[in-house]
Unconditional design. Structure first.
Length: 274
């Protein structure tokens, strides 16, 4: 335990989910959370059984693949809301299967949780994401930053979060200054707990973002810029999720332009499905 960076991420995301159940969000339903996590684990196991040809390779990566599936299930539980358990089963199934079915050079194209969220919002009628569900600045924002810092330090992807927040935040502050608005407007957007969760735990998924450092920073800046445009020009309330989804195809292009070593989880072999 805690030899793999995903162990820290699982613990911290579980803590935030527990805080949501205890303190903040009455829309969190234990039965829906159970369906999200159970579906991710079951679909990951079934897909791995079909994918892996050698039993020895499968056994070595079994625990690692379940770690990733568990992170996806908790992430869906934190960010996606629905009144029906079967809608969450659909979201979790799409999330995990996207890792196996949409790949470029043995690397999955989309962040699994993000793919599940977008597919569910587009194809169903009873799912939603509340951008401000965690409220604004508070003691838990410090917890988000501290927990995210530990995970990013272990994974080495802090530059991605920093560039995204700097780009998006800089554009928001610049716009408000240009329009003569008070600092409260930008602060309202930048202090969202959902934005912090996205910036610290979703956009930094090392298995679906560019491998090279400068490629990651350019990509993160593009995500931040598109988020700003979608939110302020087209008034898209969940702009961060659409930006990440739409710009995912840039990853293989940037990987081809900056050749570097492919990221592997500490406990995984190169054949891992992450």
């Amino acid at each position: 335990m805690f030899q793999d960076p995903r162990d820290f991420q699982i613990c911290f995301l579980s803590l935030f989910l527990g805080l949501g159940l205890w303190l903040k969000d009455w829309t969190l339903r234990p039965d829906v959370i159970f369906c999200a996590i159970a579906t991710c684990l079951i679909v990951q196991s079934a897909a791995s059984l079909l994918q892996v040809r050698e039993a020895s390779a499968f056994s070595l990566d079994w625990v690692g693949s379940l770690r990733s599936a568990l992170i996806t299930g908790i992430s869906l539980s934190l960010l996606l809301r629905t009144d029906h358990w079967y809608t969450m089963v659909f979201a979790a199934s799409v999330a995990i299967l996207s890792k196996f079915s949409i790949r470029v050079k043995d690397k999955h194209l989309f962040n699994p949780a993000n793919a599940g969220i977008i597919a569910t919002l587009v194809l169903t009628q009873d799912a939603w994401v509340s951008p401000g569900q965690w409220g604004e600045l508070g003691w838990y924002a410090i917890a988000f930053l501290g927990a995210g810092g530990i995970v990013l330090g272990r994974v080495g992807r802090w530059d991605t979060s920093a560039m995204f927040l700097a780009t998006y935040g800089g554009l928001m502050v610049g716009r408000d200054c240009w329009l003569g608005w008070s600092w409260d407007v930008a602060s309202h957007h930048l202090s969202s707990g959902s934005l912090l969760l996205f910036a610290l735990f979703m956009i930094t998924d090392p298995r679906s973002i560019p491998d090279g450092r400068w490629s990651r920073m350019l990509w993160a800046a593009c995500v931040g810029g598109l988020t700003f445009v979608l939110q302020t020009v087209f008034i898209v309330p969940i702009a961060v999720f659409w930006s990440l989804f739409c710009l995912a195809p840039l990853t293989p292009l940037l990987d081809s332009l900056q050749a570097t070593q492919r990221f592997q989880w500490q406990s995984a072999r190169p054949a891992s499905q992450g």
